[in-house]
Design a binder for this molecule. Structure first.
Ligand code: MG
Length: 473
């Protein structure tokens, strides 16, 4: 009895004498999260994903120290729906963040991410995280839709794409403006929190400035759990890079811009190492959609995959993805497991100890077993939407196309119904060249059943992308 009291007193004394966080408290601190999201970067645009002339030493090191995913998907083939899915863990069809009429939000759009959606930032804030968004938002530019209204404590970036607000009296006509882009051709605002601080945004230094803001934020908030979302506006056309990256890449302007994004990743990881945060931080790198092939050398490459941005062939939605968390993720792993950017939502939520919302359908799954090397992906299928149309479904290695439509500018753009659906084995045939539907009616039956179950559970609200900007009375 005396002993027990003695220990108790000692414990109390130590607790009072040492106000710094105890070792036990440090160990129970949930991991920090950093999500770096490139724009329109193709599956084949990093050296660790096979590009022969673009050099990405920092992403290559990230992959060597972490896990490279070769079968990881965005939930859409264009910006706005893809970002909505990343932030909510839900297919864009469930929250109105897609449309058949307008592919994305524009400066004349009056819609945005609905207030009742729960973003990853909101979920993590409830768990005590500090949250910052540095880059392109594209989920609504009106005040009620900004990052600061969606769970982020801090925001620095552009509210929509870097090719919007084009000044037609300044810029050359048509695609000419992109071949030799000048900052003054696009009157894109740069915002801090809810204020416009620069217009047009100086896009030549924008990759560097997003990075500096993210690094400062990590340094300032290192003593508490944080979530940093770093959605670069590069390598979406018009392409811009800092003077230090002019002419550095054999791949030309596009390569220069990828290499600056790579530098940015290096800065973030180096900061985490310097601040002794590496072993307690999960960093994701991915892209919002495939390469914009219509822009010739100013667009990227999907490597072996078919087609690019704007379609549901693999090149439109499979993304070069890397996860890094030293001492938790086995170094140098290449994972062939299925993953989706919607799984980032569920994985981070689970690791933070947050409750996944159970009042709505969540399409993400928790990939923690894959990251730790302890088990397979719980993800069994991938749904490929273009706008509001379910175009294709992947189940295991099989992918059935109910509709096909080529990417922007890649020839015929008509949507074609496929009955019976085209069927490809993506293990044997990642380039989707050889239709084998005649040999596998049983596989098509299983995929039909997945489509049927999905439709039964689908409630699609009106599109946010079709809401016009309110006009003053
Ligand atoms: Mg994009």
């Amino acid at each position: 009895m005396t002993r027990t009291i003695h220990y108790h007193l000692t414990y109390t004394f130590l607790t009072i004498a040492l106000p710094l966080p105890s070792r036990a408290a440090e160990e129970s601190r949930p991991p920090n999260f950093v999500v770096i999201y490139a724009d329109d970067l193709g599956y084949g645009d990093l050296s660790c994903f096979g590009h022969p002339t673009i050099r990405t030493p920092h992403l290559d090191r990230m992959a060597a120290e972490g896990m490279r995913f070769t079968q990881f998907y965005s939930a859409a083939c264009v910006c706005t729906p893809s970002r909505a899915a990343l932030m909510t863990g839900r297919l864009p069809i469930r929250n109105g963040m897609c449309s058949e009429k307008r592919r994305v939000l524009f400066p004349d759009s009056g819609g945005g991410i609905p207030a009742d959606e729960i973003t990853l930032a909101e979920l993590l804030k409830e768990q005590g995280y500090t949250t910052g968004c540095f880059g392109k938002w594209h989920l609504g530019h009106l005040p009620q839709f900004l990052p600061t209204k969606n769970g982020f404590d801090a925001y620095f970036g552009i509210p929509y794409s870097n090719d919007m607000d084009r000044l037609n009296d300044v810029a050359p006509k048509g695609r000419e403006a992109f071949w030799n882009p000048k900052v003054e051709y696009w009157n894109v605002p740069l915002m801090r929190d809810e204020e416009i601080i620069e217009r047009p945004a100086d896009q030549t230094t924008i990759t560097r400035r997003y990075t500096e803001e993210a690094v400062k934020f990590i340094q300032a908030h290192k003593d508490q759990p944080f979530f940093v979302y770093l959605p670069h506006s590069m390598v979406h056309i018009p392409l811009f890079r800092s003077p230090e990256f002019e002419g550095v890449s054999q791949r030309g302007l596009y390569g220069d811009c990828v290499e600056e994004v790579d530098w940015s990743v290096g800065q973030v990881l180096e900061t985490l190492r310097e601040e002794a945060l590496a072993e307690n931080t999960l960093v994701w790198f991915s892209s919002d959609n495939g390469p914009w092939l219509i822009f010739d050398l100013h667009g990227g490459s999907a490597g072996v995959l078919r087609d690019g941005k704007g379609c549901t062939w693999e090149g439109g939605m499979r993304e070069p993805t890397i996860a890094w968390w030293p001492e938790t993720i086995p170094a140098g792993e290449v994972s062939l497991e299925l993953g989706s950017t919607m799984d980032v939502f569920c994985t981070c939520a689970a690791l933070a100890g947050a409750k996944i919302p159970d009042d709505r359908v969540i399409d993400g799954v928790d990939l923690t077993p894959v990251l730790t090397g302890e088990g397979p992906s719980p993800r069994e299928h991938v749904l490929y939407y273009r706008g509001t149309q379910l175009m294709a479904i992947r189940w295991g290695p099989w992918k059935a196309h109910y509709y096909t439509q080529d990417a922007y500018g890649a020839g015929a753009r008509l949507r074609m119904g496929q009955d019976p659906p085209l069927l490809f084995h993506l293990g044997h045939d990642p380039a989707e060249k050889y239709n084998v539907n005649a040999d596998h009616p049983d596989v098509l039956e299983t995929i039909d059943a997945i489509a049927e179950a999905h439709r039964k559970n689908l409630d699609a609200p009106p599109s946010q992308l079709e809401i016009p900007l309110p006009t003053d009375p």
